[in-house]
Every structure is written in C-alpha cells, then in structure tokens.
Design a protein around this ligand. Sequence first.
Ligand code: SAM
Length: 247
Amino acid sequence: MMAVTQPTSLLLDNPPEPVVSLNEIALDEALDALDPLRHLRTDSDASEFARADEDTVAIVPLQPRSILGETIRLTFPVDFPLVSISLKVDASHGCGGIAWPAGEVLSNYIAFRGIGYLQGKNIVEVGSGTGLVGLVAGALGGTVWITDQAPLLDIMQQNVTLNNLQSCVSVRELNWGETPPSDIPPPELILAADCVYFEPAFPLLVQTLSEMAVSGSTEILFCYKKRRKADKRFFTMLKKKFSWAEV
Ligand SMILES: C[S@@+](CC[C@H](N)C(=O)[O-])C[C@H]1O[C@@H](n2cnc3c(N)ncnc32)[C@H](O)[C@@H]1O
C-alpha cells in the first residue's frame, strides 16, 4: 500500500548523508515485528475519528494494538447469540488481517435479520479481510464467496476451515476494479464492511459493485466507519449508480 501525503520537494545542492545508527535500524525492525502496520497509520492521533485536517491522510484505519496470530471468538447477535465464529486475526497480513468494528456491526446486523434473510441466497463479500462477515452469512444459511486481495486469502481460508464452513463459504481473489472471478454467480446480496478509507480505491470499488450487481434487485449492505471528510466523495460516486437507504 502507498502513503498519499502532500508532495514535498527538497532541493539541496549537497544533500548530507542520512545519519541512521545500527541501533535505530534494529529498534525499527523490532517495532515492525511487533506492529506491522505502524508505518501506515497516523498514530499521533489517538482519537477515534481522524483529524479534520485533510492534509493528513490515514492510509489504514487506526487500530488499537498489534495482533499477531491470535484466535478470537465472536458471537452474533450480541443480545441473543445465534452464531459463534472463531476468527484467526493477524495484522501481518495487512490491514484486513484483523476484525474491524464495521465488520462486527454488519455481522451483528445480518445475524439480527436471521436465517430467513440469508438462506438460499448467493452472497459476495468484498474486502473481506479475515472473512468475518461472510462467515457469519455462511453460518446463517447463505452460499458465500469471501473476497479480498492476495495477501489475505490464506487467513480467510484458515478461518473458513476453522469454522467448518467449507461447504458454503468459498475464498476468491478479487481486486476492486478488476474483472470478478467468472465462477461467482450473480449475487443477490453483496456485503462490504469498512472498505472506505483509501481515496484512490473509491472509483475501483464503485466499479466492482456495479459489475457485480447485475440484477436490478441486488442488495448491497454497506457498513463503514466515518473517518474523513473525503469519504463523502465515495458516497457521491456510489449514489450516481445506486438507490440507497440508511439502515
Ligand atoms: C479495513 S479492512 C476491513 C476488513 C473487513 N471487511 C472487516 O470489516 O474486518 C479493508 C479491507 O479492504 C481490502 N481492500 C483494500 N483495497 C482493496 C482493493 N483494491 N481490492 C480488494 N480489496 C481491497 C483490504 O485488503 C482489507 O481487507
């Protein structure tokens, strides 16, 4: 992933050699091992919401701490547990390697809607990360394809196996803006949790949603966490293609 910040030009006639001691490199490496995503965050901002200053772009959403190879258990709906998912989480796979709040909210919502809502439906989740939302949809009767970029496929497959959902949840690579895998049938339902945070990806995600929602009756459940003013641009693009209602 690339950092997008204000371009800065430094023009020096005789630029000095950077002074970086071996100790600093060793410390950097040790910190990277503990927190693989630390360079990708604006971690000086500890608040829940990113700062209003549009010059500072949070490339990945703020995360509370580093997580490497843990297995957690999440139950939905929270108030009257219907489905329980074991989830391997590992931030070294990229920002999708942990469970994000919007994923938990969307999982809770579909579990709240219940088995009758999902059973018999072809469902695609985009930007699945660990696969949490799709796993919940599979456990509640849907036929599900969880999709993401290549580095996440392994942890997604591990989570499918961990929950014994191989018969109803399949893992596929799907990079937004690229042609969706040809073996995924047109879905009745598309799920997307916490996929709005990187502006260059906005038109790509809109393109993917438009290509997958071929039938006029395809429903997309889109859950996201408000972070930056720029996120509005995504919804402006989305609203040009879809009719929508807040849940
Ligand atoms: C913040 S994470 C959310 C993961 C998961 N949905 C959740 O709620 O826990 C965003 C996800 O979008 C995926 N993603 C970002 N850009 C993408 C792209 N261009 N194509 C496909 N997936 C992408 C990331 O790999 C990551 O898994």
